[in-house]
Design a protein around this ligand. Structure first.
Ligand code: ZN
Length: 244
């Protein structure tokens, strides 16, 4: 029986939804993030705001929410030449992958998360990777996650479970999952406080939150939100015709 978890929590929509899920099912939950000199470093501030709001708005979750870990991973920014770590335009590479792909990023994240989980005695590592709705990042694939789970469990001689709640769902379903877990307050918290935009834009407020509205991450979030709202069934009160 798993009761404790460490959530890879970047402060975005996906990892916030994963955090809510972990808080709804585990007894003790801690969070971890990495400063790899990403262009959208504003997410490191946003994540603290998300944690603060979760503690304030969801007292039943606040009781379970433990330590937050921020690890300095500047070396990843030094060895990567990508549009997330350099001031270059977004484009597709010859490999067929977008240049937002940071090679090794999730492998390093998971390895360091497992090291922290080992020390903190946490059983489950939760990550918001997704094979369905992303750009084909190979380090987000289910096979990669299963291989990492095996490698980390063998290499640290400790049975880790890597949990990927978003692996097979799209962005609209991620919004829907948030609503099921925390109702409209959680959806609103995600809109107001999470960060997704690759350019780190916090000045333009869209229906789905802050962002430039044009980068690949904003486009994905926008499409998912529009579909989520379109698929929502009206509540009985809204559906009822007005009294004569
Ligand atoms: Zn953007």
């Amino acid at each position: 029986m798993h009761t404790t978890a460490l959530v890879l929590f970047s402060g975005g929509q996906d990892s916030t939804t994963c955090l809510a899920l972990a808080l709804s099912k585990y007894e003790r939950v801690e969070t971890i993030a990495f400063d790899y000199r990403q262009r959208h470093r504003v997410e490191l501030e946003c994540r603290l705001n998300v944690l603060r709001e979760i503690r304030a708005q969801f007292p039943q979750w606040a009781l379970k929410l433990g330590q937050d870990h921020l690890l300095d991973l500047a070396v990843l920014g030094e060895v990567s030449d990508t549009s997330l770590t350099r001031d270059t335009a977004f484009k597709m590479e010859q490999s067929g992958l977008p240049n937002t792909f940071v090679p090794g990023r999730n492998l390093l994240f998971l390895t360091l998360a497992a090291a922290v989980a080992y020390r903190r005695d946490l059983q489950v590592i939760v990550t918001g990777v997704c094979e369905t709705d992303f750009s084909g990042y190979p380090d987000c694939r289910d096979d990669t996650m299963k291989a990492m789970q095996l490698a980390l469990s063998l290499g640290m001689d400790k049975r880790f479970l890597i949990e990927t709640p978003l692996m097979w769902i799209d962005k609209a379903a991620t919004w829907d999952m948030a609503e099921r877990l925390g109702g409209p307050p959680l959806v609103n918290l995600i809109i107001e406080h999470t960060h997704t935009c690759y350019l780190g834009d916090r000045t333009h407020r869209q229906a789905w939150g802050y962002g430039c509205g044009a980068c690949p991450a904003c486009e994905l979030r926008e499409r998912g939100y529009a579909r989520f709202r379109a698929l929502q069934v009206p509540t009985p009160v809204q559906a009822r015709s007005p009294m004569p």
